[in-house]
Design a protein around this ligand. Structure first.
Ligand SMILES: Cc1ncc(COP(=O)(O)O)c(C=O)c1O
Length: 388
């Protein structure tokens, strides 16, 4: 098979990256293969690299701002991909998406208010609620044979219990669901019925796989859009998370103005020059590269699914509908959560995310990042096998 750009091995050690250079702090040892934090081991698209180089070669890194061209590149991207019509005046910003989640909790809820999340879910969803002194309400997802579903009964019960805000993970990390329009409509309508604000984290939007179609929650109906703040970014899609540049969108002027007031009062709105030039290049010119990336990721997932079913059938894998994260269930190995963790680290020498950090539903689970060259994935799978 012909080599792909994505097969290229690039040494990331010594580049101040969390994934490789922070291993000791996170795992207590350095001699492990990192397949954890959600960035990829691929270079960004050529157009993004060229934009960063051009900016660097210019050599002056003065104050910057969010230009109309950058907003327009994003507007055109979401219009083409999601048929979502965004007026440029609706577009605000945040350094990272998690910053925006935390700001939203602070702005739109009061201390002690209830905030709903669907567990298991990305650990900062828990933290932005608890660390801001709000009450965390969890609606556990229902685990089916092939995929996770919303548990409609507990979801509605939670909303009835006086929840003020629902933080949606669309698509869902770690269970890999790309929520359908029907599911989003039902979640959204329930939020309308119980007067609950929606903060929709759509950072993984562009990474829908296998023909699954991403739907923007705020595009489902005007009524839902009016209570929704959407968070998107080029960070996962184009592997530029270190640029810390995200887009926050609200069609409702009241939501927008309250968010913007807080953002500017903290001087978080200007951003950094590399973030702006790479965002613009990515949304303008990154479409073709993204198509190739998605194809490669599907190949990696197929490869891993096949490996697990042949070599480690006790490990149940939920085939993701989007993104580059595998949610692995080790419960049938007969070992405890802690024993599995020890084996993976000490025998397999592989660094995966601990399922419990996503909520109690993650007991016995680990999350594996397959956004890497296939040879690295193969090595990781062999290490998991060696651990059991
Ligand atoms: C659902 C979700 N939201 C947010 C983030 C992180 O966003 P940021 O680094 O922009 O704060 C991640 C990273 O894995 C994620 O999976």
């Amino acid at each position: 098979m012909a080599m792909s750009e994505f097969d290229k091995l690039i040494d990331r050690r010594g580049t101040d990256c969390v994934k490789y250079d922070n291993l000791y702090e996170n795992f207590g040892r350095k001699d492990i293969l990192p397949m954890w934090v959600a960035d990829m081991d691929f270079q960004s698209p050529p157009a993004v690299l060229a934009a960063a180089r051009q900016c660097c070669d210019h050599g002056i890194f003065g104050y910057t701002f969010r230009s109309a061209e950058g907003k327009d590149a994003f507007r055109a991207w979401v219009q083409k991909r999601y048929q979502w019509e965004v007026d440029p005046s609706w577009i605000s910003s945040s350094p990272g998406i998690v910053t925006a989640l935390s700001l939203s909790v602070r702005i739109f809820t009061a201390p002690g208010d209830k905030v709903l999340i669907q567990t298991p879910v990305y650990p900062p969803f828990h933290a932005v609620v608890k660390d801001n002194g709000r009450e965390l309400v969890c609606s556990p997802l229902k685990r089916g044979a092939m995929r996770y579903e919303v548990d409609w009964e507990n979801f509605e019960q939670a909303l009835q219990g006086g929840v003020k805000m629902f933080i949606l993970c669309n698509s869902h990390n770690p269970v890999g669901r790309v929520w359908t329009r029907e599911e989003l409509l039902r979640m959204g309508q329930l939020c309308c019925r119980y007067d609950v604000m929606i903060v929709s984290d759509e950072i993984h939007a562009d990474l829908a796989l296998y023909g699954n179609v991403h739907t923007v929650m705020a595009s489902v109906s005007e009524e839902i859009a009016a209570r929704t703040l959407t968070a998107m970014a080029p960070s996962k899609t184009f592997n530029i998370a270190g640029m810390m540049n995200s887009l926050i969108i609200a069609s409702n002027p009241e939501i927008r103005e309250r968010y913007n007031r807080e953002l500017t009062s903290l001087h978080l709105d200007l951003g950094n020059i590399f973030g702006h030039v790479t965002l613009k290049a990515a949304y303008r010119e990154g479409g073709e590269w993204l198509g190739e990336l998605l194809h490669y990721l599907e190949g990696n997932i197929d490869f891993a699914m096949d490996y697990f079913s042949r070599e480690l059938p006790a490990v149940k894998v939920f085939k993701p509908e989007g993104s580059f994260l595998l949610w692995l269930d080790f419960n049938d190995t007969g070992l405890s959560h802690e024993e599995c963790g020890e084996r993976l680290l000490k025998i397999g020498k592989i660094g995966l995310n601990d399922g419990l950090t996503f909520g109690e539903e993650g007991r016995g689970f680990r999350r594996m990042n397959i956004g890497c060259p296939r040879s690295v994935l193969e090595e990781g799978l062999k290490r998991i096998k060696a651990a059991f």
